[in-house]
Each structure stands twice: as structure tokens, then as C-alpha cells.
Design a protein around this ligand. Sequence first.
Ligand code: FES
Length: 145
Amino acid sequence: MYSEKVMDHFKNPRNMGEIENPSGVGTVGNAKCGDIMRMFLDIDENGVIQEVKFKTFGCGAAVATSSMATELVKGKTIQEALQVTNKAVMEALDGLPPVKVHCSLLAEEAIHAALWDYAEKHGIKIEGLQKPKNDISEEEEEEEY
Ligand code: FES
């Protein structure tokens, strides 16, 4: 059912963990399955993503897509990171079963939420970035756990 790449990223997730004092952090959740993904970004003064880590409380496909998403945005500029859509993540993983497509959306939204947080903290506007729908505010988050 899963490609070798999905299994590889599920079993050996890359960039798992957190960043202390990140430039931006975003947490998103899927109301249907209840899975949660948090993405931490370290962005330098040139707008390049130097470090990225994730934590996912979710299914195997969510772990694999977050892992691949971190690999895809690392070393990229903010604008390049915005091009990392869930489709791009799925393609990089050699596809996902249709019932698991929403898991890859969570990865895209987590990146966007972290970039949104970065933009808010720095008082800037990132061209083409919309406020993520599934962003979980800190208060709601505490109730979740
Ligand atoms: Fe919820 Fe995969 S089943 S993210």
C-alpha cells in the first residue's frame, strides 16, 4: 500500500524534534482524524531556511510527509518553501494512497503556519501566503493534550 520512500521516511523520519527559539513555529491539526503536526523553522537574515524540525502526533503517512516536507524546505528561501505543496511532497514520496492524501495536506499547512508565525513576529508580509485554516492557537492546543 505504501511506497518504499514512504516506509523509509516513516521508519527513519528526518529532522524530527524541535528548535529552541525558532524563527517561526506552526501547529496544525486535522479535525477528522485528530492528528497534529508542528513545524519549527530557523530562518536567517537572508530569508533562507537554515534549520527545520517537526513533531507529529499522527499516522504513519503524516510522519512520512512531515519528514519529506522538512527535507524539501531545508536550505530553501521562503518563496521556494511556499512552492512545496502537498502535491510536491507526495510526488517526492512516490505517491500516497488516496485515503492518505489529507495527511500530506497537513504537512503543507504546517509549513505555511510556521511561515505565517515568522512573518507575524517580524512584521512582514510574505507574498502569496495565506493564514493557514487549521492553525491551532495555543489555548486550543492545551485542551487538545
Ligand atoms: Fe490523520 Fe493521516 S490519518 S494525518
